[in-house]
Every structure is written in structure tokens, then in C-alpha cells.
Design a protein around this ligand. Structure first.
Ligand SMILES: [Zn+2]
Ligand SMILES: [Zn+2]
Length: 479
């Protein structure tokens, strides 16, 4: 009983038959309650991240504060080595990584927080996968079917969006119809969710590369590449419910040129894709930068300084149709894969969409890093009026990585104002910012008609993986 449906396995076998086993991927939910059943998604991957069809090994859970019924899994040569173990439970509260033995070697899952009556969950997704529909590096791409099956069973994601290109005649009504059908077909809440979206490339000075995501279905896409910009794109999308998300804003050439005219505000442009396999666009000089960088102010921190109230998402922008990693990509798409962590109580399309719009989400690269940040009691992605700007802000962070945490940084208005060294795969950081805010505030702009200060948390792991929480904003009115 691998994943329970031979057709799904055949889709993986047909399009990405992986070679010799290199590692066991173990994916668990990031948040569960004690004794609450959850699934463990196992995938044996080859060195490129493709699911192995040459595995005759055995995976079995090691001792720990968990129970995994039917825990021992024997993979068979000639079949795709993916498997879902259901009805696992954690027996006590805490943060754990579930350990498996795989042919004599120990492998660990992503961190899972076990807590009584969790108020919210974390749902991991890749909003930015290209398939063969894109007609872009199509030789490396795979089908829509593969995108969704791989996302769910190989990468172990909770949600995904195939965001294929439409510009330069790369789509049409027939391809859009295929995308809509696939997004409907594979949307399977509460186990797995799809978002319908596409990539709307725009020219330099017109907003650069953006993705459009719909709250639900959409009969037509709008392509404004030749003549339009983010604003005309937004107008022509009309009454549908959608968001437009800029990505790799520092890409050189035609990109990185958002302006006050092109920033669409909270409803239609609530988040930016801060990291993809192209690299991170957080700030100039960041360690995972794109290979060629726009010379102008095109970083996320440049936009935050202007008051563009962006939350953060991460995606792969894979052109090998490998959601969240691996595969034979072109040379310029070689950074760690990006993930988006959406915080919500339930896994549905509507919840994913509305919580991304509410910036109740964070971005990571490379790992499913667990992060809980409390900035003076104000939630991630929220803004608040800070009545007395001299009142200190207490900042608490709890984080857990798949690899050891090297550093936790508190970023305030473009500066790392506090950094704590990590010491293991878990970190707890508490710090009080006593700086008088008016002295460091940015002037009104973008979404803010008053001076403002933002904070976000950056976590860096030994593997190079990072997490960026969506900012929290403090508005200084009359201060
Ligand atoms: Zn492309
Ligand atoms: Zn793309």
C-alpha cells in the first residue's frame, strides 16, 4: 500500500523515474495536538530529488514520544518509493522531529510542535510551479498531473499552485481551460488544496514579473505584457477576487521597478515572493542573491521603506515542475527551493487565499522551519497604532529547523537590530526594543498615511535555509 492509487504512482514513474536512493524525506504536519492522528509522508529520493524507482530498502520509525501504526515500510524495486503512513500520534507536548531508520541510517522529519488545543495550524505550499503548459524551458517541464501529484506525495505539501506563463502567446483559452480543470480535479480538502493562478509577466517600468492568484475559479486570465502594467492588469481582472504578487523583484533588466503608481495596496498586492530558486530579494548583499541583480532600489526592504505593506511568501519558480525542490533545472534557477507557510485553522482553498491576503503567512527557503513570533503582542502581518511610541516592544521568537539554527535576527526598518546565535535545532529568543520609535520611523508612504516602523524575524539555519516572517507594523499617529 504505497500511496493507495496505482495511477498516481504511474504518473510519477512516467515523468520522473528517480535513480538510486540518496535519502528518505519524512514530512509531518508542523502543528498537532497530543494523541491527534496525523499522516507521515515518506519519499525515497535520488540525488536530484526525484522519487526513486530503484529502492528495495526498508524504512521504520525509531523510538520516540510517538506511535506509528504499520510503521515499517518496505519499498519495492520498479515502483515509486513514496508512502503515506496514517494515524500516527505524538504522545506528549513539545517540539519534535520524528526519526526513521532507513537502511541503517537515521533520517529526521521537519519539526512538529505538539500542543494541546492548537489555535492555528501551519500549511506548507509552493505557489509557483511551472508546468509544460508554460512553454518556457519546456524540455525540462512536466505535466499538470505531475505537478499536483508530486506536490502532494513526493514533496509532501499541503497546497500548491501551477502558476504558468501566459505572456508572449504562451497561453490561450485551451491551456487556461486545462489549468482550471486540473486545479479543480486535484483540489481535495482537507487533505490537499490547489490555488488557481498564473504568471503575468510585465515589462520594465510596468511592474516586472507578477503572479496572479484567484480566490476560487476564474473564467479567463488577463495578459497585459505588451501594453499594460500592474494597475491595468488589476483593472482588467475586474470584479473577480484575486491578488497580484511581485516576484524576484531584483532580477536585472526589465524587473525591479515597482513604483507608487504600480503598488496596488493591501487588497490586491498584499504579499511579495521574497525567495525562489532564483534567489532571495530581501536586501542588497543577502547571501542567496540572484545571479544578476538590478542596479536600482528593487529589494523587498526598499519597498517596505516606501510603505508597501508586503507580507512574505516563498516559492520555487521551478521550471522542472518539481514543487519545493530538486530536479534538473536551468543553471540560473539553482538556489534553495522556497516554501510558503500559511497559518490557518483549516486547510481549504478559501483559507489559504484569505490568510495569504491577510499576510498571516511566512516564507522559508530549503526547510520547513517552524517559527512563532510575537512582536509586542501584535500578530505576524498585522499593523497596529502604537499609542505611546516610547513604550518598549517585547519580542519573543520560538523557532525550530530541520538543520541547526545558526542565527535569529530581529529586523526593524531595514536594519538587523538584534541577533541571537543559535545552539541546536531549536531556538528561543526574547528581547526588548527600547528605542524611541519616532527617531527610527519611516515617513508616510504607500499603505501608510502616518510614520511607521516594521519588524520581522529572520531565521538562518546551518543548511543555508532561512525563514522570514511577514512583518508587523507600528503606526505612529500624532507621535
Ligand atoms: Zn519561465
Ligand atoms: Zn515563474
Amino acid at each position: 500500500m504505497p500511496i493507495g492509487n496505482e495511477w498516481l504512482e504511474r504518473i510519477l514513474e512516467q515523468e520522473a523515474p528517480g535513480g538510486r536512493p540518496a535519502r528518505l524525506s519524512i514530512v509531518v504536519p508542523s502543528v498537532v495536538a497530543p494523541d491527534e492522528p496525523f499522516s507521515i509522508k515518506l519519499a525515497v529520493l535520488d540525488e536530484k530529488g526525484y522519487p526513486s524507482v530503484e529502492c528495495d530498502g526498508c524504512a521504520k520509525p525509531l523510538e520516540g514520544p510517538w506511535q506509528v501504526p504499520d510503521g515499517e515500510v518496505r519499498f519495492g524495486r520498479g515502483k515509486t518509493a513514496v508512502h503515506v503512513l496514517s494515524d500516527a500520534v505524538l504522545l506528549e507536548e513539545g517540539v519534535f522531529r520524528v526519526a526513521f531508520d532507513f537502511d541503517g541510517e537515521t533520517f529526521l522529519s521537519n519539526p512538529v510542535r505538539c500542543t494541546k488545543a492548537p489555535s492555528t495550524r501551519i500549511w506548507w505550499g509552493d505557489p509557483h510551479v511551472h508546468t509544460i503548459i508554460s512553454r518556457c524551458i519546456w524540455q525540462r517541464c512536466r505535466s499538470l498531473n505531475f505537478c499536483f501529484v508530486c506536490a502532494r506525495y513526493v514533496t509532501g505539501l499541503d497546497w500548491v499552485a501551477a502558476a504558468d506563463h501566459v505572456s508572449n502567446g504562451r497561453s490561450g483559452p485551451e491551456k487556461w481551460k486545462a489549468q482550471r480543470i486540473a486545479a479543480r480535479l486535484f483540489d481535495d480538502p482537507p487533505e490537499f488544496v490547489t490555488l488557481l493562478g498564473y504568471e503575468a509577466s510585465l515589462k520594465g517600468g510596468a511592474g516586472g514579473d507578477n503572479n496572479v492568484y484567484f480566490a476560487d475559479d476564474a473564467e479567463e486570465f488577463v495578459d497585459e505584457y505588451e501594453e499594460g502594467n500592474t494597475r491595468t492588469l488589476c483593472e482588467k481582472l475586474g470584479n473577480q477576487d484575486f491578488i497580484i504578487v511581485p516576484h524576484h523583484t531584483t532580477r536585472t533588466g526589465k524587473h525591479g521597478e515597482l513604483s507608487d503608481d504600480l503598488y496596488l495596496g493591501l487588497k490586491h498586492m498584499p504579499v511579495v515572493e521574497i525567495h525562489s530558486k532564483w534567489g532571495a530579494s530581501e536586501y542588497r548583499g543577502n547571501p542567496a542573491a540572484l545571479h544578476e541583480i538590478h542596479p536600482g532600489p528593487s529589494y523587498v526592504q526598499d519597498y517596505l521603506a516606501r510603505g508597501y505593506a508586503f507580507g512574505f511568501i516563498g516559492g520555487t519558480d521551478t521550471h522542472a515542475t518539481m514543487p519545493s525542490g530538486g530536479g534538473d533545472e536551468s543553471g540560473h534557477i539553482d538556489r534553495l527551493p522556497g516554501f510558503t507557510a500559511v497559518r490557518s485553522s483549516e486547510l481549504t482553498r478559501a483559507e489559504m487565499f484569505s490568510n495569504i491576503r491577510a499576510r498571516n503567512c511566512y516564507a522559508t527557503s530549503g526547510e520547513r522551519i517552524y517559527v512563532e513570533a510575537n512582536i509586542a503582542g501584535v500578530g505576524m502581518g498585522c499593523d497596529t497604532v502604537w499609542q505611546d511610541a516610547s513604550v518598549p516592544r517585547k519580542i519573543d521568537v520560538e523557532a525550530a529547523g530541520e538543520s541547526d539554527i545558526v542565527r535569529v535576527d530581529v529586523v526593524r526598518n531595514g536594519r538587523d537590530i538584534f541577533s541571537a546565535k543559535g545552539g541546536g535545532w531549536q531556538a528561543q529568543v526574547s528581547w526588548v526594543d527600547e528605542e524611541n520609535l519616532p527617531g527610527v520611523a519611516y515617513p508616510p508612504g504607500g499603505a501608510f498615511d502616518c510614520p511607521f516602523v516594521y519588524y520581522y524575524i529572520r531565521v538562518t539555519c546551518a543548511s543555508g535555509a532561512q525563514a522570514w516572517t511577514s512583518p508587523t507594523w507600528f503606526k505612529l499617529i500624532g507621535g
